[in-house]
Every structure is written in structure tokens, then in C-alpha cells.
Ligand binder design. Structure first.
Ligand SMILES: Nc1nc2c(ncn2[C@@H]2O[C@H](COP(=O)(O)OP(=O)(O)OP(=O)(O)O)[C@@H](O)[C@H]2O)c(=O)[nH]1
Ligand SMILES: [Mg+2]
Length: 306
């Protein structure tokens, strides 16, 4: 099942690859260990010194190969680790993705969420470190987030195995997110033009086009193995032509658009925290009415959420 190919086939019963993806240090490997147990294989990703762990998960409805990918902050790779994670999504016939997020840093996680959803792979989101988030007063409206992204959301505290039974229930039934957002008109035109020139792959052509417009040079080698030099030149010329229409770098503008989309989502799902902040503000009475103290009090409540 690929969301972008409109095939409605259920997940195959045979070994089916699930990639655990997320920012560094969010608990991917702890969750990988719980899902796969002792028998895992760790090897360097071909052509690199980056280690990737593979392990099996056996469920009633099938056998799955879980891949613990290196932590990443973006799927427009800036480091060898990030390139490996992107290459796994591009080359390994991944059937679905499980994003592990640190609930304390949802904004950072959503930047990856938006890229994964753009790739059109079946997806579910694990909001890990729920314990630390709650102890900082960060409460995410999971139901709302699940509605906005139209994917399952599983809150977990991996180190205490909280939420793992729910994750096991959903891991074989990820969803095709219906969430989407548009870039501006000129970028959308360029995306459309480039999309028509791209080869089929495991991920949506739209996401590849956005990566190329972001100036992702690391995709070039893969492109050369799939399409002719003259088509690559045409893509380059679309990129150059589009770039001349803007003052800022396209990669920066694309990232800013994603940040805006992430912030709009955050505004909806942090409502309870904002209400809590409002309650605190009220209880501070006159203090909170003072321009400087008011800002400081509100900031101290809200900043951990951002
Ligand atoms: N409090 C708390 N700590 C957690 C939780 N999950 C994982 N940790 C801790 O967070 C740290 C990072 O966990 P890892 O599983 O190594 O994170 P990772 O995402 O694999 O990190 P990278 O591979 O470096 O990207 C470890 O010290 C874990 O024990 C959780 O739910 N709550
Ligand atoms: Mg790890």
C-alpha cells in the first residue's frame, strides 16, 4: 500500500518493512528494542559508516521487519546520518513509517511529519516521552492532532512500556494522511512541472519535486541512475528559473512554509495548555496585568511547548 499510488491493497502478510523515523534522542531505539526483542541485526548502511538496526516483529496478522533509522531533523539531508534515513525511505521499499516524536518538542517533530506525509507513505505517529511532557505541563490534544493529520496517534512512555500495547494494535494499520498544504503559486507550478519528469519510486513524486526545489544535491546520484542527463538538465533549468523569481533561497522558503503549517497545527493542538496558561494568568491577578510580568509569566508557561 502506497498512499500516493492510490492502490487499495491491504498490507501484505509477508515480511513488510516498517521504518522507525524521528529526531535524534526521542526514543526510537528503546521502542525498536521493545518491538523486536533480542534478535536484531546491526550493519553499516551500504557505502557508509552509519549503523542501522533491523529486527523482526511477529504479530497475529503478519511478520514485519522493523528498521531503526538514524535520528534526523530533516529529510533534506545535511549529514551522512540524515542521508541514510532519507535513502532508506527512497530505496528500501518501505511499506510504512512510524514516526517517534518527543512530545516536549512537537514543533521539531512536525517538520518531519509534514515531510513524511508529503512522501505519501502510510504513517502513524508515536508521541513518546509523554511523562516528561506532562511533568512540564505540556498537554497535547491527541484526538485533535489525529483528526488534523488523519492518522493514528499513540502516546507512549517507552521506558515504562506505557502505550506499547496500543502501538502493537495499530502498527500494522497505518493510515494514508489526508493532510496537505500548498506552497505559493509559482512554487506549485514548478512542483507540477518537475513532477511530470520524475521516475516512479517508493515515495510520492510531489515530495521528490519539493526536495529538488529545496536544492537537495544529494538526490542527484539517485536521479542519474533513473533518468537521462537531458531530463536532469530540464529539471535544473526549472529550478534556476524558479529561483530567479525569489530573493531568498527556495530551500529556505520551502522550510518557512512548512514551519507555518507546523505552527498552525500546534495552535490547534495546544489549546488545553493555552487554557491552562490563561487560568494561571487569571490566578496571578494584578501581577499578570503588568506588561512586563504578564509577558514573563505567560512566556514561562508557554515556552516549554515550543
Ligand atoms: N523519560 C523518558 N525517557 C525516555 C523515553 N523513551 C526513551 N527515553 C530515554 O531517552 C534517551 C534516548 O533514547 P533512544 O531510544 O536512544 O533515542 P533514539 O531516538 O534512538 O536516539 P538516536 O538513535 O540518537 O536518534 C534514552 O536515555 C532513553 O532511556 C520516555 O518515554 N520517557
Ligand atoms: Mg537510536
Amino acid at each position: 500500500m502506497e498512499c500516493h499510488s492510490h492502490k487499495k491493497t491491504p498490507l501484505p502478510k509477508e515480511m513488510h518493512k516498517i521504518a522507525l523515523i524521528g529526531n535524534p534522542n526521542v526514543g526510537k531505539s528503546v521502542i525498536f528494542g521493545i518491538l523486536t526483542g533480542k534478535y536484531v541485526a546491526v550493519s553499516n548502511y551500504p557505502g557508509t559508516t552509519v549503523e542501522v538496526a533491523y529486527g523482526n516483529l511477529n504479530l497475529n496478522n503478519g511478520r514485519f521487519l522493523i528498521i531503526d533509522t538514524p535520528g534526523t531533523n530533516t529529510l533534506i539531508p545535511m549529514s551522512e546520518d540524515e542521508k541514510v534515513t532519507r535513502d532508506i525511505l527512497l530505496n528500501e521499499k518501505i511499506a510504512s513509517t512510524v514516526q517517534v516524536a518527543d512530545s516536549k518538542n512537537l514543533r521539531r517533530a512536525l517538520l518531519i511529519t509534514l515531510q513524511l506525509i508529503e512522501m505519501g507513505l502510510p504513517y502513524l505517529l508515536v508521541l513518546n516521552m509523554d511523562d516528561e511532557a506532562r511533568s512540564r505541563g505540556i498537554i497535547i490534544d491527541n484526538k485533535k492532532l489525529s483528526e488534523i493529520l488523519s492518522v493514528p496517534i499513540i502516546p507512549t512512555v517507552a521506558t515504562q512500556r506505557q502505550g506499547i500495547p496500543l502501538l502493537l494494535q495499530h502498527i500494522a494499520a497505518p493510515a494514508c494522511s489526508k493532510f496537505s498544504f500548498k506552497y505559493d503559486e509559482q512554487l506549485e507550478d514548478a512542483i507540477k512541472e518537475i513532477t511530470q519528469l520524475l521516475p516512479d519510486s517508493n515515495i510520492a513524486k510531489r515530495s521528490l519535486a519539493v526536495m529538488l526545489l529545496s536544492g537537495d544535491e544529494s538526490l542527484k546520484e539517485w536521479l542519474h541512475s533513473k533518468i537521462s542527463d537531458s531530463v536532469i538538465k530540464t529539471i535544473d533549468s526549472i529550478y534556476q528559473r524558479t529561483q530567479t523569481k525569489y530573493h531568498g533561497q527556495l530551500g529556505y522558503l520551502i522550510n518557512q512554509r512548512r514551519l507555518r503549517a507546523a505552527d498552525e497545527i500546534l495552535q490547534s493542538v495546544f489549546t488545553p495548555a493555552l487554557e491552562k496558561a490563561r487560568g494561571i494568568k487569571e490566578s496571578f491577578g494584578k501581577w499578570s496585568m503588568h506588561p512586563v510580568w504578564g509577558i514573563l509569566i505567560m512566556a514561562s508557561v508557554l515556552i516549554p511547548c515550543l
